[in-house]
Design a protein. Structure first.
Length: 404
């Protein structure tokens, strides 16, 4: 059921990608670059931020499925309402834009509340030496369904084939809603055994425990710092698709092809990263992910010196090829490394505190939108490159838990 859930959310991630699809939607509604940059910040930050705030409650529950199932209802409801809003509010773009961001934020926050229960259930049901294969399997099937998502997007964003805006996006949101309902429904059926639970813990106790954790656990501190800097290095990611269409003269329908390139690359790389995770540990997989992400701003800068035009469409796909290779590595290594260094009783603390700190870092793309308005694409890509180099150096300094 966990693998089926991963397959569904792979489709969702491609068909309502904040970087490639939702950025086009809000841009068509007249959103400024600041709001375009806010999309991944809400999607990622909303998922991360609430986890630590509720972790002391979750830590007291021997079973966490009840939290996951409750949030599932809200998530499906948000996307259902958005379908209707897209039809009904189309004549008033500012209102539709406001409703979209409100629903998108609620969906992200409730998804975040499900995050800690999700990882705790995985840790209780999947052995350490099989977690690489588990997360890899989720990504593998997610990549397969994402190919279908890319195909739908290439049609629904093609003005010669798709219904007119915003009907094409209403269809996109309807497909996403169906996939989300199936995904959360599947994971809700996972048979969760009762696990360790703490006595009554207050939020103040949890904050105190987090401070002690940061001060005394060097391995965790290095991992957290690495993840934060990697998140900051993502500052330019929401703007690669806009850069392609607005500056390089690449047709907008090529975005669907880029989704396909990214997902096929992930599909091929996934079993290799999974095997490396299970056999060699997660440090090398994490370093591989950061190395691939480092090349993205480099390539974007190089393309800026080439003559613009449709001929750049295929070569520019190299960015999405490398991104596709990096994402499954990150999706496997990040949770697997964290679950490996976290004691069972303190697992909700480790997971939730990490994700809440990352939630703050994911609002950096908002700054990216402002930098883009002030200084242009080239300056933004240079900043992303500098931060990516720092992230790479930190990743190299991580230790491998299995060698201790």
């Amino acid at each position: 059921m966990g693998i089926l859930s991963g397959a569904c959310f792979g489709f969702v991630d491609s068909i309502v990608s904040p970087y490639l699809v939702l950025s086009v939607f809000v841009n068509a509604l007249g959103a400024p670059n600041l709001l375009v940059g806010l999309l991944p910040a809400i999607g990622n930050g909303g998922w991360y931020l609430p986890q630590f705030l509720i972790s002391h409650r979750i830590q007291q529950l021997p079973r966490k499925q009840i939290v996951y199932r409750s949030t599932a209802v809200v998530r499906v409801s948000c996307w259902t309402i958005l379908i209707a809003a897209t039809f009904l509010l189309a004549p008033n773009p500012p209102v539709l834009l406001s409703v979209f961001f409100l629903l998108y934020a609620i969906n992200a926050l409730t998804s975040g509340m499900a995050g800690t229960p999700f990882y705790d259930i995985v840790a209780k049901t999947i052995p350490v030496e099989r977690r690489g294969a588990y997360f890899g399997g989720r990504d593998l099937w997610g990549a397969l369904t994402a190919i279908a998502g890319g195909y739908f997007i290439s049609i629904l964003l093609n003005p010669d084939l798709a219904p007119a805006f915003p009907i094409n996006f209403a269809i996109i949101f309807a497909l996403a809603t169906l996939a989300i309902a199936l995904g959360v429904g599947a994971f809700s059926l996972v048979n969760e055994p009762a696990g360790a639970a703490t006595a009554s813990v207050t939020f103040r106790d949890q904050v105190r425990a987090a401070r002690i954790l940061i001060r005394t656990n060097h391995t965790y501190r290095q991992f957290l710092l690495t993840r934060v800097v990697v998140a900051v290095s993502d500052i330019a990611s929401p703007f690669y698709a806009i850069y392609a269409t607005r500056v390089l003269g690449i047709p907008i329908e090529t975005i669907g092809i880029y989704i396909g390139i990214s997902t096929v690359a992930g599909l091929i790389a996934n079993p290799l990263w999974s095997r490396a995770s299970d056999r060699r540990g997660n440090r090398i997989v994490l370093l591989g992910a950061v190395s691939c992400l480092l090349t993205l701003p480099v390539l974007a800068l190089v393309f800026g010196f080439l003559p613009a035009g449709p001929a750049l469409a295929l070569p520019f796909g190299a960015l999405f090829l490398l991104n596709g290779i990096a994402r499954p590595a990150a999706n496997i290594a990040y949770p697997s490394y964290l679950l490996e260094i976290a004691p069972a009783l303190e697992r909700p603390l480790y997971v939730s505190f990490t994700n809440t700190i990352l939630g703050i870092a994911t609002f950096v793309p908002v700054i990216g939108g402002t930098l883009l308005d002030l200084f242009g694409f080239r300056a933004l890509f240079v900043i992303a490159l500098i931060v990516s180099l720092i992230a790479w150096g930190l990743a190299r300094g991580l230790s491998e838990p299995r060698q201790k």
